[in-house]
Write a protein that binds this ligand. Sequence first.
Ligand code: PMP
Length: 343
Amino acid sequence: MTAEMLDPTIPFDATHTALPGRGFELGLSENPFPPLPSVLKALNNVMAHANRYPEFLPERLPRVIANRIGVMPDQVVVGSGATGVAMQIMQAVMKAGERIVFAMPNFDGYPIMASIVGVRATPVPMDTAGRQDLRRMALTVDRKTSVMVVCRPHNPTGTLVTATELEQFLNAIPRRVVVILDEAYVEFVNDANAIDARALVERHPNLLVLRTFSKAHGLAGLRIGYAFGSHELVERVRRWQLPFGVNSAAVAAVTASYAAEHELQDRVARITSEREYLRNALLRMGVRVPRSFANFLYLKGPDIAPKLTRAGITVKAYPDGSARIAVGDPAASRAVLEALSHA
Ligand code: PMP
């Protein structure tokens, strides 16, 4: 079977956020491109053996990822998306009643997982510039605090904390507190703002860097994520690995996706250039949109989400009327601009 035989109606270089007859789905910060042909081909091959279990505990996937990012395999823990790994971290290092600190608004998963694990979420407001307030977050640490989350880029604003702010924050946090540096959207950050997460992990044994194949790699449906950090900390998190819990498609998909780096980079470039185009057009219309380093934009204003929803565009809506929208599909950009151009 060739990759194209899976669905001959989808051209592989075309975006597809349109829902037939139902507007656009922009609410989940997904990649608008379907998986690359080489990735689909690799998936087809493994599906032919889907009667077999995957590895009891994943060893190959951590090796493939470790090789790629330049750490030892025992420094990598994999799981069901970054969400699965984040929850595994919380289960491994938190006790009932302890506190997890993160900026608010944030990725919805953190408060949900806190309630599943039975720990208390401590949301910290953003600073006046609309960025995560790392100084204030550091000041909230008390005896009960065992995990802190910093997203870089931040969801939903797409903003970045600077390397210096992050380093100061890490230096201020006691070693017994685990810091999750959530880099779900790291591939969309331009080189000028990239940080050396591997070096940070070497300096801070309480740091876990969290990443996913759901966003730039466009494999959200396969649920593959990982974290890397010091061997000791990763070993604690690995103890919570669900037997047979990582599907057998993951190694093939990740290997093929890494091998197709240039095509992926091309897609990332298309998504980020569409992001810049759309943001500039929105700014010209008077919509407030922070500069984003992710694959989404945060449109601030009391009536943004209702207007887009009325136009059939599915967005992530916030209580004050602001909206987060995934970017990358030019047709969706046109629909957003059209929807907001009416008073
Ligand atoms: N972290 C952040 C900041 C996110 O926005 C998301 C998904 N929206 C995740 C983690 C989880 O991604 P996944 O579970 O699909 O890997």
